[in-house]
Ligand binder design. Structure first.
Ligand SMILES: [Zn+2]
Length: 246
C-alpha cells in the first residue's frame, strides 16, 4: 500500500515548499560538502547513475547528512548552466517514502507495459496477415502480367491493348509493393523482442531482488535490471519522476 506520498508523476499534487530555514540548512550543507572530496561522500546508492535532472539532463547528485535518526540522503542538481546560472531544480530527501512510491510507480507502469505489449502483439498479428495477403496479390499481379505478355506474343491481343492493360498492372503492382514496404517497416519498428512473459518476468525479478537487497548497491542492481534512467522534475511543488525502461 502506498500512502498519500503517491504523488509521483501526478502533476499539480502538492508537496510543501521548503521553508527558509530548510533553505539555509541546504546552503550551509552545500558549503560544508564542498570541503569534502566527492568520492568520500558518495558510494553506490540505490539510484546511483540512474537519476537525471529534467532541466538540463544532467545527473542528479546525492548528498549525505547525519541527524538523530541516522543518515539522510538528499538528491539535488548542482549543474551550472553555460551562462553561469545554477540549475533551479529543487532537491528532495530520499527517504523510505520516496523509494516506496517510486517502486510502486515502477511496478504499476510495468503492468501498463504488459497491457501495451499485449495490444502490440495483436497489432503485429493483424499486420502480418495483411502482409501475406499483399504478397499473394503481388504474385497474382506478376502472373497476370506474364499471361498478358504471352497473349501479346501469340498475337491474340494488339500492341495497343497490351500496352493499356500492362500499364494498369504496373500501376497496381507499384501500389502493392508500396503497401508491402509500409507493412514491413511498421512491423520492424514495432520490435518483437518484448513479450508479455519477459515483462512479467522482469517485474517479478525486480520485486524479488528489491526484497532481498540488503545494501544500497544491491538495491541499485534491482533498479538497473529494469531501468535505463529516471528523469527527476520537481516543479509546481510536485515531484514528477519519469521512468525510462531498458
Ligand atoms: Zn538540473
Amino acid at each position: 500500500m502506498v500512502d498519500k506520498e503517491d504523488w509521483i508523476k501526478v502533476k499539480g499534487d502538492h508537496e510543501p515548499v521548503k521553508t527558509i530555514e530548510e533553505h539555509q540548512q541546504i546552503v550551509a550543507r552545500l558549503a560544508k560538502n564542498k570541503l569534502i572530496p566527492r568520492k568520500c561522500r558518495v558510494g553506490t546508492l540505490p539510484l546511483t547513475g540512474l537519476l537525471y535532472c529534467a532541466k538540463y539532463g544532467r545527473r542528479m547528485q546525492f548528498k549525505r547528512r547525519e541527524n538523530e535518526n541516522g543518515t539522510v540522503w538528499t538528491t539535488m542538481c548542482v549543474y551550472t548552466y553555460p551562462d553561469g546560472t545554477k540549475c533551479h531544480q529543487p532537491g528532495r530527501k530520499l527517504d523510505d517514502t520516496f523509494y516506496k512510491a517510486l517502486n510502486y510507480h515502477i511496478v504499476k507502469l510495468n503492468e501498463e507495459t504488459l497491457a501495451m505489449v499485449d495490444e502490440t502483439n495483436e497489432q503485429q498479428r493483424e499486420l502480418s496477415e495483411l502482409l501475406s495477403v499483399k504478397e499473394k496479390e503481388l504474385v497474382q499481379t506478376e502472373q497476370a502480367m506474364e499471361r498478358l505478355f504471352e497473349l501479346y506474343e501469340d498475337g491474340t491481343i494488339t500492341k495497343q491493348r497490351f500496352s493499356e492493360r500492362m500499364a494498369g498492372h504496373e500501376k497496381n503492382k507499384a501500389a502493392i509493393e508500396q503497401e508491402i514496404e509500409e507493412c514491413r517497416l511498421t512491423l520492424s519498428n514495432m520490435g518483437n523482442d518484448v513479450t508479455v512473459e519477459i515483462v512479467q518476468q522482469r517485474i517479478d525479478e525486480f520485486k524479488e531482488l528489491w526484497q532481498r537487497a540488503s545494501s544500497p548497491s544491491e538495491q541499485n542492481r534491482a533498479y538497473r535490471l529494469l531501468i535505463e534512467k529516471i528523469v527527476y522534475d520537481r516543479e509546481d511543488n510536485g515531484l514528477r519522476l519519469e521512468v525510462l525502461y531498458k
